[in-house]
Design a protein around this ligand. Structure first.
Ligand code: UFG
Length: 328
């Protein structure tokens, strides 16, 4: 793989794993990240880091001066569903402003392949489970709405400017680099697997399970945990079709796991008990979210390499054990 790629949000969880994948494939990478939630230490060695906001046109111009780029990957955004329920305007305004500035720069500089991080939160009222790409987009939060707006932005950028867009709807991104060079470190951490592992290791308070009265076999919510390295691989896989057309794919393993199953997998991997209590439901949590990823498998041959939950938890545990303070 040759040429240079721009990765916004390349200091974040999924973004940093994509940067690793690009570098390992032989590409050159510029990262644009304002480091408000990302970590400088998460930017893999060999990538160039430009610190600044993707919503600032001057900063984005400076990033494009580092090109020309083969393609742009856009991760930089606000990402917390719960926070977006308290700050809807900020979520929609900031996420849209960043993407709009970036896509405008792509048009100006003739970069006609853009990949954006989208989300399972587009599907608040799925008619079918697992959820495929024909499911109606009914966002579950202002965060999900902001991603729906980005998908529409890409639609019009394609139709009018010929900028091809890939909308990749991640289900529950999890795990860590199988070679141990990157991992998950959100501050504050709100995601189930890192919380479970840190609770098991005694690095934080016991886990609160958000509700055990859902209409699922064991009463806890079911999610489709997808390995972050598999997400990174999907980003590389869409580059070829983007030469001629826009695409959108739901990315998961097709298999759901309950919160109790995640706890059991963690206990099996670590050999440690996970201390937990049962709490109230968290507002906005759907009972079940599982992806149907047949379309990307059929069209591009992508399928998850690390679909097994114990493998996902095992990689997350290995990185966390090697980096108990995360990125420091
Ligand atoms: N959970 C707990 N206790 C915790 C944290 C989580 O019981 O302390 C439960 C949640 O209720 C949920 C499951 O564990 O049932 C997974 O929760 P996460 O917070 O890890 O993930 P979400 O499914 O809420 O959200 C994730 C991403 C979002 C994205 C969404 C798409 O974090 O960005 O998937 O469905 F929008």
């Amino acid at each position: 793989m040759s040429g240079r790629y721009l990765v916004t949000g390349g200091a974040g969880f999924v973004g940093s794993h994509l940067v690793l994948a690009l570098l390992r494939a032989g590409a050159s990478v510029t990262v644009l990240d304002d480091l408000t939630t990302g970590h400088e230490a998460a930017v893999p060695e060999g990538a160039r880091l430009l610190r600044g906001s993707v919503a600032d046109a001057g900063t984005v111009e400076r990033a494009f001066a580092d090109g020309p780029y083969e393609a742009v990957f856009h991760f930089a955004s606000l990402t917390l569903v719960g926070e977006s329920m308290r700050e809807p305007v900020r979520y929609m305004a900031e996420n849209f402003a960043g993407a709009a500035t970036l896509v405008q720069a792509c048009v100006t500089h003739g970069v006609n392949r853009v990949v954006i991080s989208s989300t399972a939160n587009l599907f608040a009222e799925p008619e079918r489970m697992p959820i495929d790409e024909d499911e109606a987009v009914i966002p579950g939060s202002p965060y999900g709405e902001s991603k729906a707006m980005l998908e529409r932005l890409l639609y019009w950028a394609d139709r009018i400017h010929g900028v091809r867009g890939a909308c990749l709807r991640y289900f529950n991104a999890a795990g860590a680099d199988p070679e141990g060079e990157a991992g998950e470190d959100h501050r504050p951490e709100t995601h189930l697997i890192p919380i479970v592992l840190d609770a098991a290791a005694g690095r934080r308070d016991p886990l609160t399970v958000f509700g055990d009265d859902y209409p699922t076999p064991d009463g806890t919510c079911i999610r489709d945990y997808i390995h972050v390295a598999d997400l990174a691989a999907a980003h590389l896989a869409v580059l070829e079709p983007l030469r001629s057309r826009s695409v959108r794919y739901n990315l998961g393993t097709g298999k759901g796991h309950s919160v109790r199953e995640v706890i059991a997998a963690s206990e099996q991997v670590t050999g440690l008990k996970v201390p937990y209590t049962i709490g109230k439901r968290r507002e906005g949590d759907p009972a079940v979210l599982v992806a149907a990823s047949r379309r990307i498998t059929d069209e591009l041959g992508w399928r998850p390499r690390y679909a097994d939950l114990a493998t996902i938890v095992g990689h997350a545990w290995a990185w966390r054990q090697a980096h108990p303070k995360g990125y420091g």
